[in-house]
Design a protein around this ligand. Structure first.
Ligand code: 13P
Length: 252
């Protein structure tokens, strides 16, 4: 069975003191968290070293980005090997903000995925259409392209290690969430793509998360869908009071 996952993407928020307080606060609330959910947080990378030394029974760490190269003269970047070294298990790849503001392409993201798998890290591959693509009915094509170009060179043993995160850009930070039907429809579409290429068993083993204005008020109806295996949470991940209820958004 695939995992239910709730991952908090802190983006470029929280000074050191605030970040530490939130992380410690989440750890103190671990007993409140549904034990069938893999909880992940992706703080700014500058905090990963310190957080990785604080014991947590429930919360795994993710980086928000890494470089595609193994090492070298890439000022300002961090490598997949550095994450391995700190035992940071996950890394976001291709978040829409990185695609939009830093020009990350599907071709580049393919290399980042490869670098992470090489270091035995788990890529959380983000994809999703912008509003104009949805309005013109092009959203399935865009998503198909994002998934195929960055991931479909992988073999079955590799693809099964990737976590998928559908984040429609128009829903990120806008307060406008995809409806449960829109989320389910796209997740089902992606799982069908996976099944066509890798077979049903492999497709069924892969977690597909939804992201975009996911919060306590809508997590339950989103996570209730058969192909929605959790969420990638932005704003609501910045407070214990909103993150923990999202983690507990799966109906048992
Ligand atoms: P919001 O939950 O703030 O819309 O952000 C979603 C997101 O981008 C998570 O990666």
């Amino acid at each position: 069975m695939r995992k239910n996952i709730v991952a908090g993407n802190w983006k470029m928020n929280m000074n050191h003191q605030e970040a530490l307080a939130l992380y410690n606060g989440l750890i103190s609330n671990e007993s409140e968290m549904d034990e069938n959910v893999q909880v992940i947080i992706a703080p700014p990378s500058i905090y990963l070293s310190e957080f990785s030394q604080i014991k947590s029974n429930r919360i795994a760490l993710a980086a928000q980005n890494c470089n595609e190269n193994e090492k070298g003269a890439y000022t300002g970047e961090i490598s997949a090997g550095m994450l391995e070294n700190l035992e940071v298990q996950y890394c976001l790849v291709g978040h829409s903000e990185r695609r939009a503001y830093y020009g990350e392409t599907n071709e580049l993201l393919k290399k980042k995925v490869d670098a992470l798998l090489q270091s035995e890290r788990t890529p959380i591959y983000c994809f999703g259409e912008v509003l104009s693509d949805r309005e013109t009915g092009n959203h399935f094509n865009i998503v198909k392209e994002q998934v195929i170009k960055a991931l479909f060179h992988l073999n079955e043993q590799q693809i099964i290690k990737v976590v998928f995160a559908y984040e429609p850009v128009w829903a990120i930070g806008t307060g406008v969430t995809a409806s449960p039907e829109q989320a389910q429809e796209m997740h089902e579409f992606v799982r069908e793509l996976l099944a066509e290429k890798y077979g049903q068993t492999t497709a069924e083993a892969i977690s597909i998360l939804y992201g975009g204005s996911c919060k306590p008020a809508n997590a339950k109806e989103l996570f209730a869908n058969p192909d929605v295996d959790g969420g990638l949470i932005g704003g609501a991940a910045l407070k214990i009071e909103t993150f923990v209820p999202v983690v507990n958004g799966f109906i048992k």
